[in-house]
Design a protein around this ligand. Structure first.
Ligand code: HEC
Length: 170
C-alpha cells in the first residue's frame, strides 16, 4: 500500500503552508483590533508580556525600594547563599555555565534579578531575554528554592559586588 502514503505527503505540506498563512492572517488581524483600554492594564509588548513584565521579570516581585546604603548583614547572608546555591553555575566576573553576575544590575532591574531567583521556570519559558540566554547557555536555570528574604539577601550581595564597567566583564 505504498501509493496512499506517497499521496499524503503533498497535502501535509500544503496544510503546513495553510497554517503559516493563517498565523500570518491572525497576526495582522490582531493589530487591526483596537486594544481594550481596561483601566491600568499595560499594553502588551513582546510575547504577550506587559511592559512591566519585560522590564521587571515575571514573578512575585513587582516593585522594591532599595535604600542607598548597603546592608552588611544581608550581604553576608547573601554571600553564603550565593556560594552554596549559585556559584556552581555563576561567577561574578566571567562567563561560566551561566552568565556572569558582577554586572547584572547594569543590565537588569533588581526586580528582574529577584524574580529570576524566585520564579526561574516561568522566566525561562516566557521572558524573551531569558529565552535568548537559554539559547546561548543551553541550561535552563533550575529553581533553587530560595525564599523571598534569601533572594533579597543575594540581591544585596550582588549589589555590593557590581563592577563599574560592563565592557571589562566579558
Ligand atoms: C544549574 C545552573 C544554575 C544555578 C545553580 C543558578 N543559575 Fe542563574 N542562570 C543559569 C543560566 C543557565 C542562566 C541563563 C538563563 C537560562 O539559560 O536559563 C541563568 C540566569 C540567571 C540570571 C539572569 C542573568 C542575566 O544576565 O539576566 C540571574 C540574575 C541568575 N541566574 C541568578 C541566579 C542566582 C542568584 C542563583 C542562586 C540562587 C542562580 N542563578 C543559580 C544557571 C544557573
Amino acid at each position: 500500500m505504498k501509493p496512499p502514503v506517497h499521496v499524503h505527503k503533498r497535502p501535509l505540506f500544503l496544510y503546513g503552508l495553510l497554517i503559516l498563512l493563517l498565523m500570518g492572517a491572525a497576526a495582522c488581524g490582531g493589530s487591526d483590533t483596537p486594544p481594550d483600554n481596561t483601566s491600568s492594564a499595560a499594553p502588551t509588548g513582546q510575547d504577550g508580556l506587559s511592559e512591566a513584565q519585560l522590564e521587571n521579570g515575571i514573578g512575585p516581585i513587582t516593585q522594591i525600594d532599595l535604600p542607598a546604603a548597603i546592608d552588611a548583614a544581608k550581604v553576608a547572608q547573601g554571600e553564603e547563599i550565593f556560594t552554596t546555591k549559585c556559584a556552581i553555575c555563576h561567577k561574578l566576573d566571567e562567563r561560566f555555565t551561566a552568565p556572569p553576575l558582577g554586572d547584572v544590575l547594569s543590565r537588569r532591574t533588581p526586580e528582574f534579578v529577584m524574580n529570576m531567583m524566585l520564579n526561574p521556570d516561568e522566566m525561562v519559558q516566557k521572558h524573551p531575554e531569558v529565552k535568548a540566554m537559554l539559547a546561548e547557555y543551553f541550561v535552563p536555570m533550575p529553581n533553587q528554592n530560595v525564599t523571598e528574604d534569601e533572594a533579597r539577601a543575594v540581591l544585596e550581595y550582588l549589589r555590593d559586588n557590581q563592577t563599574e564597567t560592563t565592557d571589562a566583564a566579558q
